[in-house]
Design a protein around this ligand. Structure first.
Ligand SMILES: [Ca+2]
Length: 242
């Protein structure tokens, strides 16, 4: 009987201790609810939402700043392109005006060649002085050129006029009549010397090579219209220029 009572007492004590341990464990794992628990959770959620909104606002501000910078760069590019385009337009306009200004308006039978007016009369074959007089009568003079471009333009004109390829030489306005060996244009300017202006006789002897017997300059058809010194009383066609 006593043993039974002791056993019941022990069982009761063990059960009581087990219940106490369970309560302790529960209080440690699940702290008691604070009186303001609901309010704290709301504050926390609001604070977290506020932080998220703040981050989103910062990111949006960063994107806005980036967009603003991109816009500035694009504006600068547009302004630069606009300036380049304007400069090109002005240069093209100036170039067009320059080309138009250097091209003379010529009355027939003269033709506009470069910055001058030319007239070649292949039907007229006379000495140098008469040819010059013919040109003066047209308000012009025998032709001159100062550089390869001018010479090339004259050759181009002559070849167009002489499309039939007549063996006719052409007088130009150069002479060394005043001082042998010193070739001057009728304007008093020095004629260009050597290639690509002057030709050669028989392919080896460079013109001018006629000495004091040949004092007038002409374009020699048989030498592809290179410059040669001719006898001034020879017959050639006048090339007039004004
Ligand atoms: Ca001479």
């Amino acid at each position: 009987m006593l043993l039974s009572l002791a056993l019941v007492l022990l069982v009761s004590l063990a059960a009581s201790r087990a219940m106490k341990d369970a309560e302790t464990l529960q209080s440690e794992m699940f702290p008691p609810t604070h009186p303001n628990c609901t309010q704290s959770l709301t504050d926390y959620l609001l604070l977290r939402q506020e932080l998220q909104l703040s981050k989103m606002a910062a990111a949006e501000e960063e994107r806005t700043q980036l967009t603003r910078e991109n816009l500035q760069v694009l504006t600068q590019v547009r302004d630069t392109l606009s300036q380049v385009s304007e400069a090109l337009t002005q240069r093209n306009q100036a170039s067009g005006r320059s080309a138009a200004e250097t091209r003379r308006t010529c009355d027939p039978p003269f033709s506009s060649v470069g910055d001058s007016c030319l007239l070649l009369n292949l039907r007229l074959k006379e000495d140098w002085a008469s040819a010059r007089q013919f040109c003066v009568g047209k308000g012009a003079d025998l032709a001159r050129f100062s550089d390869a471009a001018g010479y090339a333009a004259i050759l181009d004109y002559i070849n167009k006029i002489n499309s039939q390829d007549e063996m006719t030489d052409v007088w130009v306005g150069g002479t060394d009549e005043a001082l042998e060996g010193t070739w001057l244009w009728v304007t008093g300017e020095l004629m260009p010397q050597g290639p690509p202006f002057w030709g050669s006789s028989d392919g080896y002897k460079a013109a001018p090579d006629g000495g004091s017997s040949q004092n007038c300059a002409g374009l020699y058809k048989r030498d592809n219209y290179y410059l040669h010194d001719f006898r001034c009383n020879g017959a050639a066609a006048p090339l007039c220029q004004k």
